[in-house]
Design a protein around this ligand. Structure first.
Ligand code: KG4
Ligand code: ZN
Length: 338
């Protein structure tokens, strides 16, 4: 069955066509990031307007890539949260319209769950018990996973999400927006031992929770100090990017592996925009190899927001008896993993 997925939770308008939960036939993503850059973050109004303008184009583009027509689509899957309310509503409205016009079922998909699914999409055999690490611009969480829909949150960030921390540090360093890819690029020329950061211990919450606001404040102090001493130059930016990237990676790896050990999981899945980071991917691979844990990472094109992961997960959930959404389906901006 061909599933058409729609994703409009943030600044990417995306439509994906996926056959049997796995085979990507069409993958259309248009980002409005260029229009948010001057504000240093996503402006919801601007994101919504672009979704309205782009969603029809993306549907047509994905169908063209797949070489199929709307009549070949058997299910519509759409992200209904978490995300920006207005942005989500554009995708949900488009999905409902298609579902009514084509007389095919509609299924709501959790964006965070879809980020993890992206890591499994191309795999025939799924790990029985695994730990999931969600690392995006809006979320940082560790979950246990059993099969396609059984997950339980172990911990999450108490403050900034990891992608948000990359973006804020990028901004402090005068790099472009979004900061994640820019910090990664700058770090290539840096020495991670020059400027060290320690991730502070969390005072509240559980041992599985994350906190990244302390490291961001430490970064701010270092930048202020460097400016005072006239040391804020290309070398400083590179060393600080490398030091920050390494500390954050250490923290993510340490907690993920501990979670695998504690739950006796033999597989780790990671998904979300930060999983595009090549340094993090390499370090995760090394660490998992040492621990004999199987690592599942999405291909780079499925790490940041896209709708192939939505269509893929929608198809899997539907096959597993997932409930169709009613016409009452609406945006849930604060939806967690449940
Ligand atoms: O998953 P995503 O596209 O959107 C959300 O669901 O939030 O993640 C976007 C986040 C941004 O914060 C961006 O800076 C970060 O992912 N990101 C990266 C890299 N590419 C994107 N962070 C670090 N290194 C990267 N290469
Ligand atoms: Zn996302």
């Amino acid at each position: 069955m061909i599933v058409l997925g729609i994703e409009t939770s943030c600044d990417e308008t995306a439509v994906g066509l996926v056959d049997r939960g796995k085979k990507i036939m069409g993958h259309s993503v248009v980002s409005s990031v260029a229009f948010h850059r001057r504000y240093g973050g996503v402006v919801p109004e601007i994101a919504c307007r672009h979704h309205v303008e782009l969603v029809t184009y993306c549907i047509e583009d994905a169908l063209r890539q797949a070489g199929v027509g709307l009549r070949d689509v058997g299910l519509i899957a759409v992200t209904y949260g978490p995300g920006l309310t207005g942005a989500l509503l554009v995708g949900i409205t488009a999905a409902k319209s298609l579902s009514i016009a084509l007389k095919v079922p509609l299924l709501g998909v959790n964006h965070l769950h879809a980020h993890l699914y992206a890591a499994l999409m191309t795999h025939a055999v799924w790990p029985k018990r695994s730990v999931g690490l969600i690392i995006s611009g809006g979320h940082t969480a560790l979950t246990t996973l059993q099969g396609v829909s059984g997950h339980r949150v172990m911990g999450q960030t108490r403050d900034d999400a990891v992608g948000e921390a990359f973006d804020k540090v990028g901004k402090l360093l005068g790099l472009g927006y979004p900061g994640g890819p820019e910090v990664e690029r700058a770090a290539l020329a840096g020495d991670p031992d020059k400027i060290r950061f320690s991730v502070p211990k969390i005072k509240s919450g559980t041992e599985w929770d994350f906190s990244f606001s302390g490291i961001k404040t430490a970064a701010l102090r270092r930048v202020e100090e460097a400016r005072r001493h006239n040391e804020f130059d290309g070398r400083f930016v590179a060393d600080m990017s490398a030091g920050f990237q390494r500390s954050v990676t250490d923290e993510l790896i340490q907690k993920s592996l501990l979670a695998c050990r504690r739950t006796r999981a033999r597989a780790l899945l990671a998904g979300g925009g930060v999983a595009a980071n090549q340094y993090l991917r390499g370090r995760l691979q090394e660490a998992c190899q040492l621990e004999r844990i199987r690592l599942y990472l999405p291909p780079p094109m499925l790490t940041t927001d896209n709708a192939a992961m939505v269509a893929g997960l929608g198809g899997r959930l539907y096959d597993a008896g997932g409930l169709h959404a009613s016409w009452a389906l609406t945006a849930e901006p604060n939806l967690g993993m449940r």
